[in-house]
Design a protein around this ligand. Sequence first.
Ligand code: ASP
Ligand code: MG
Length: 455
Amino acid sequence: MKVLKFGGTSVGTVASLRNLKAIVDSLGEPAVVVVSALGGLTDKLIATAKDASSGNESYKESMTAMAQRHFDIINEMVPDAAKEGVNAQVSELLEQLSAIYTGLFLIRDLPEKSLSQIVSFGERMSSIIVANILNNATHLDSLTFMKTEKWFNRDIASRELTDQLIKQAIKLPLVKTIVTGGFISKDKDSDEITNLGRGGSDYTAALIAASLDADLLEIWTDVDGFMTSDPRIIKSASVIDRMTFIESMELCSYGAKVIYPPTIYPVFHKNIPIKILNTHNPSAPGTLITDHAQSLPSCVRGVSSVKNTAMVMVSGSLASNIAQINSRSYNAMARNGISIFLVAQPENGVAFSIALPQSDAMRAAEILEDEFKPELNSGEVTRIEVEDNLAVLAVVRESIKEIKGLGARLVNTLQRDSISVRAISDGASETTIALVVPGQDADHALALVHDACYL
Ligand code: ASP
Ligand code: MG
């Protein structure tokens, strides 16, 4: 049994919905289909909420346009016999949505809770529509089984409960294809509507695939697969036919936008392969992600980059204590739910740095100031400072250390073109060499690194 996830661009137009229908109807057996909201709708729902809550009457027009977009698709795609029913269900949801917008307009405020409710309408409507477009399919409301819990003010999937509820809601073998909305969820304690974070539909699909021990998770999107690098920056980038779970996880955490990073873990643990496929080019082979991939003698799997990166630098006379400083910094970040790109400790032992998303940098510096209060008092640590406007590049391949001297070679390549390498990961990772460069050099550096790795 397969789980197929179709992203916003795969459900956003009549033309892509026709492709989706052809793909699912020709499977020859029932499957689970997870869909995103119509392409661009989540952004629109948010923008409209901001308009309404700031007293901008234009929210009414946006609301009408969003409604019309759904009705047009229903009219074009849903068989006549089901049209009236689908129109009624979608109208009911649109009325609820419109009432919430009116409320926000009146109170001139946008509570977090209301925003979570508002964005949920996208997947609630698209899943009903898609269920009625496919042959032999039925709709399942994901709010009944997708549960979250609070973690550092964030909503994260409540794995055990969700797993149980998925198994209760979806009985195998399937007699019909099941269509459900990705991304949306409910808090397990308060029962309020929540979500898994932007791009989270992939994760919904992965959780379902893992619970049901699916044979394959297919992520249908609008690109031909994982590329050796971002094709908008690197013209010579090509599709990667196979890669490992770990490699895909690393590329995604360093900026490859193909799948939502948490997606990989649940299927990785169950050893369920993932295929990345293109709804607009269904015959392209895509990228297959499994626990092994053919070894690459001298080249790497992929190269990615993340802009808006910062470094927090801890300076002082650290040489004798560097291992302890390293582990305490690392743990302090983990305790506070801050994920980091790399840790670098130069050989001279005077500075130690952590690269991380710019948005977390100030908080990270405060946390480290707290952590190293004794050392700041004694003078062992002299300064904790933030440098921003940086980018991190990641060069990914399993057993990357087998390529002797690759890190040094890449640093030389960049320096030859006058790009200053602000930090390089210290070799703790078996899969990734990460390099920090000035933000304005990010694209140029990515091109140089890609060439050095593939030519
Ligand atoms: N519709 C949501 C978003 O735009 C979730 C998703 O598409 O995966 O972020
Ligand atoms: Mg996505």
